[in-house]
Design a protein around this ligand. Structure first.
Ligand code: FAD
Length: 448
């Protein structure tokens, strides 16, 4: 009887894949999850150092994360979240400026007095009066910001920040993305960030345990090389063999899906490919705290990094064996000169930057520097993307999407992806029950 239950394959074992698998199992499907690497968690993946587990890329949650927090409650992890108020800074010229209160802004040396006042008024205007994002999808963020903040603030603040995030194509990014981001991060009076005891590995582990307990199959080190559909099934090619399923949810980034898509799956992909930003980051393991802020923007021409995040302002040092973790990062396109720098060069530059954040820094504070890269973090959102972003179902194929190309205008985060995965699994469940009814099911035709 059990093998007549519809069988769904999930491509990718990051947060989207894990949540898709969990939801499908909960609604009575058979599920097989295929993950290329030997680790679950995707971009929230971790490394081990001297027996301690730490994130490859900085990860924290917000107290407004309305999809992630209920999931953590369901997994019984919510009591283990530690919330901390955090601060932000700006490295400008040779000084690290705090950037948290109106007084900080008035003292910020990166802008003229008129520019500082304009920044305060503009930020208050967006926060208090711009509730409705209507029309913002079709106007570029920089044009919109220039209208609100004027030329000086845009040139000295917003242009460098947007360029740091999206590279040279930043002018295409719609105001809608910026508006959504500003509202997410500053929705409370104070900036508060959270981290679960045991970190993102513990969340992925708990999801893995739950998926297996419900009968799901997880196959790590199993890259999917091709995916194609037919009127009665969807097939994935793994280790030279085709496997047949009733439906598939793909959580891999769109450029990877474009490489593995065949036949109708390929022809149903959006015709215009998105350009993605990847990231290169150095994780510096320190004996001492470096500086006072969780996050620092770096607005300095030709500086080797665009941001510095000291996660141990939120992550307890008991988690890291007493070490303080500093992430120096550069968002850039895979294959660019910045992306292809050697690990040695990145380590050298990271070490050189430390004194800019704390003149008392000594080289012997550094225990180790790890370098991580990943090619597809976030798309450079084009104008008008709201109505063009990929739908859950890819055309009328049996392939469904839950990937970061769909998170716009929301911030690319675990919270957003949990919501997208919940929706994708719900849609698969609905289609299997209602749309596929009259078609022969793969689980009856072939044993996958
Ligand atoms: C530097 C950085 C900082 C971030 N900070 C935060 C933060 O503070 N808070 C937050 O919530 N989010 C943060 N994020 C965003 C967050 O990591 C992502 O939103 C989220 O991890 C995306 O999850 P996903 O499952 O959709 O994709 P991914 O995590 O990319 O998972 C996709 C999975 O598919 C696998 N895969 C790829 N190709 C194949 C194949 N052919 N066959 C099988 N498997 C395949 C990959 O190995 C991967 O495991 C950050 C990201 C980065 C890079």
């Amino acid at each position: 009887m059990t093998n007549l239950k519809p069988h769904v394959v999930v491509l990718g074992g990051g947060i989207s894949g894990l949540v898709s698998a969990l939801r499908l199992l909960q609604s009575g499907h058979r599920v097989t999850l295929l993950e290329e690497s030997d680790q679950l968690g995707g971009l929230g993946g971790t490394f081990e150092h001297e027996g301690f587990v730490m994130e490859k890329f900085y990860h924290v949650m917000l107290n407004t994360d309305s999809n992630l927090l209920p999931l953590l409650k369901e997994l019984n992890l919510h009591r283990d979240i530690r919330w901390k108020e955090t601060k932000m800074g700006f490295l400008h010229g040779k000084r690290l400026f705090p950037f948290n209160t109106p007084m900080d802004l008035l003292k910020f040396g990166g802008l003229s007095i008129a520019g500082r006042l304009r920044t305060a008024i503009g930020a208050a205007y967006i926060a208090k009066f711009l509730d409705n994002p209507k029309g913002l999808d079709s106007i570029s963020a920089i044009e919109w910001l220039e209208g609100i903040f004027g030329e000086e603030v845009s040139a000295r603040l917003w242009r460098p920040l947007l360029r740091a995030k999206f590279g040279d194509l930043y002018e295409s990014v719609p105001a809608y993305w910026f508006w959504s981001r500003m509202r997410r991060e500053k929705s409370g009076a104070k900036e508060v960030k959270g981290y679960v005891k045991g970190g993102y590995r513990r969340i992925a582990d708990r999801l893995e345990t739950e998926i297996r307990r419900l009968g799901g199959v997880i196959r790590k080190r199993t890259p999917v090389y091709a995916v194609q559909d037919s009127p009665w099934d969807i097939q994935v090619q793994v280790a030279g063999k085709w496997e047949s399923y009733d439906a598939a949810i793909s959580t891999v980034p769109m450029p990877i899906l474009a490489k593995i898509a065949r036949g109708r799956v390929e022809s149903s992909l959006p015709s215009k490919a998105l350009v993605y930003q990847g990231v290169v980051n150095a994780v510096v393991l320190l004996k001492n705290r470096l500086q006072p802020n969780y996050w620092n923007a770096i607005v300095k021409k030709d500086y080797p990094f665009q941001g510095l995040v000291e996660t141990t302002h939120v992550v307890p040092v008991t988690q890291t064996g007493g070490r303080h973790l500093v992430y120096l990062l550069n968002y850039c396109q895979a294959g660019s000169e910045t992306y292809n720098q050697t690990d040695g060069d990145i380590r050298f530059q990271a070490l050189k930057c430390m004194k800019d954040f704390n003149p008392r820094f000594q080289a012997d504070w550094v225990e180790d520097i790890k370098v991580f890269r990943t090619p597809y973090v976030e798309a450079v959102w084009p104008l008008g993307y709201k109505n063009n972003k990929p739908r859950i179902r890819l055309g009328d194929t049996r392939l469904y999407l839950a990937n970061t190309a769909q998170c716009y205008p929301d911030v690319n985060s675990w919270n957003t992806m949990v919501g997208i995965a919940n929706d994708a699994a719900g849609r698969v469940e609905f289609d299997i029950a209602n749309v596929y009814k009259k078609e022969p099911a793969a689980s009856m035709a072939t044993s996958a």
